[in-house]
Ligand binder design. Structure first.
Ligand SMILES: Nc1ncnc2c1ncn2[C@@H]1O[C@H](COP(=O)(O)OP(=O)(O)O)[C@@H](O)[C@H]1O
Ligand SMILES: [Mg+2]
Length: 474
């Protein structure tokens, strides 16, 4: 049900000094209420920032967090449990480092080049001695880490050792070298691809970054690339998202990078704004209709003009309307010819809802700070205890949060007076999975009453039982 104007959440833009602003008011055209701004000033600014958000009574903070502020904002988000961050800190986990992208991909079985991460330099060195070459070495984390500037190809152990002695990257992060035809950037909103383009390396080179002289084009991005981008966006629960996908000489697809922070034409940021307005207003504002492969046509417009075009709208397919481009046009796609509007129903725009749990808590996943190099100068670091060191590759990746099974949770719920299997199912359907429900029981009981059938009386009964249940479990 669409919200009334007076019930809309209070929005705020999350800004940081010295960081380019992805959104501003103009992207949220038509939002009837004031949108606040809160700017983070770096240094020791956490508490002031939190106070300002509270004082301005902001319900939803919108904006990208750069890598170097990620941990700070993880902390800030914990101290503002009632504020929704868009994108969530869990979604922005991949913004922080290449290591995080890798851990995210490992968890969801998303294809990536085989990757190795070593915090223990001795073990890393041992591995580099015996492994095969070429390998790609990357700096995992740091300010303005993009454009292939911190990506190196090494052809032998000797080269790898020399590189790491001068660069002192920590952790040591490297990948198998994947011979590529090209790399493809896909941008998505609500898991629907809205723009995609190829980036090809200059002849005879392996780096596909266009900032280094490569070329780009928007035509015929293959189905398996779009499908992988959608899968990745869903795994990240991303309201908006960009994926760089390597298209191998073996025709296989692999993720190179993914993040919520990316360069995008203003009209794309307008679409994201409209999407967020639609989602947060529960339908008071219209869902933007963004046809598949619109990018193949829009890209025919000169880039300098595209950069100035704003609020591009498309009509929907209408069978009685003669000559409608997106209704008539067919395209070879996957295993046959398809109408573009058929592809629009195959690639739906989903309403990404707030999550309540913490999927990537820093207490576990901030290896960067937990396993700091003590002396970066000498590189002589004390041997880490085995159990401190994260897994060197996916085969050992087993770190999991403690969870409760669906059956256990169901048993718990039906012990509460007035709650049966049906109502439990409704709870589970509303919030998606057991981890989410547990997070709500622990910290956000107020949202339980969203489920039809859960009255505030039942909510209290649930709380009492939950407190007891946890005492018994301990
Ligand atoms: N494993 C790999 N094998 C071959 N080429 C790679 C590999 N990883 C990265 N590249 C090339 O290097 C470029 C930059 O790597 P990327 O991981 O995107 O780092 P950056 O943050 O610098 O953009 C990619 O666009 C791709 O052309
Ligand atoms: Mg890149």
């Amino acid at each position: 049900m669409a919200l009334k104007k007076k019930d809309l959440p209070k929005l705020g833009f999350l800004y940081l000094d010295y960081v380019l602003r992805f959104f501003d008011y103009s992207n949220f055209k038509g939002w009837p209420n004031k949108i606040e701004e809160v700017t983070y000033h770096w240094g020791d600014d956490k508490n002031r920032f939190i106070k300002e958000v509270k004082r301005k009574k902001i319900d939803v903070l919108i904006g990208n967090i750069p890598a170097t502020a990620y941990e700070t904002f993880r902390d800030i988000a914990l101290k503002l449990p009632n504020v929704r961050f868009i994108p969530s800190l869990d979604t922005q986990f991949s913004n922080k480092s290449k290591e995080n992208v890798t851990r995210f991909a490992w968890k969801y079985n998303l294809p990536i080049p085989k990757t190795y991460i070593y915090y223990n330099r001795e073990n890393g060195d041992k591995f580099l001695k015996k492994t095969s070459y070429p390998k790609i070495v990357k700096k995992s984390y740091g300010p303005s880490n993009y454009g292939g500037y911190f990506v190196h190809k090494v052809d032998s152990y000797k080269e790898a050792k020399e590189l790491l002695a001068t660069k002192k990257y920590h952790p040591i992060y490297f990948q198998d070298f994947v011979p590529m035809q090209a790399d493809i950037r896909v941008m998505l909103i609500g898991h629907k691809p809205v723009c995609a383009f190829w980036r090809r390396a200059p002849k005879g080179q392996w780096l596909t970054n266009t900032s280094q002289g490569g070329s780009m084009d928007y035509m015929n991005v293959p189905k398996n690339v779009l499908d992988l981008a959608v899968k990745t966006s869903k795994a990240a629960k991303a309201e908006y998202w960009a994926c760089d996908i390597a298209y191998g000489k073996d025709n296989k697809v692999r993720i190179l990078e993914c993040a919520t922070a990316f360069a995008a034409f203003p009209y794309i940021r307008d679409w994201i704004g409209q999407y967020i307005m639609w989602s947060l207003s529960e339908g008071l504002f219209k869902k933007p209709h963004i046809p598949m492969f619109n990018w193949e046509e829009l890209s025919k417009i000169d880039a300098s003009l595209l950069r100035t075009m704003r609020h591009i709208n498309f009509g929907k397919f209408n069978p009685s309307y003669d000559g409608a481009y997106f209704g008539k046009k067919k395209k070879m796609y996957g295993d046959g010819e398809k109408y573009l509007h058929e592809l629009d129903s195959a690639y739906k725009m989903f309403d990404v809802k707030r999550r309540w749990g913490e999927e990537w808590p820093s207490s576990i996943y901030n290896y960067q700070d937990k396993l700091k190099l003590k002396s970066i100068k000498s590189m002589k670091v004390p041997q880490l205890k085995n159990q401190d060191a994260p897994a060197p590759d996916e085969s050992d990746e087993s770190e999991q949060l403690q969870t409760i099974s669906k059956d256990e949770l169901k048993k718990f719920f039906i012990t509460v007076e007035g709650i049966g299997k049906k109502l439990f199912k409704k709870v589970l359907d509303e919030f998606g999975n057991t981890d989410e429900v547990v997070a709500i029981l622990n910290n956000h009981l107020e949202v339980l009453t969203k489920v039809p059938g859960i009255s505030s009386k039942k909510q209290k009964l649930i709380l009492n039982k939950w407190v007891k249940y946890n005492k018994i479990k301990k």
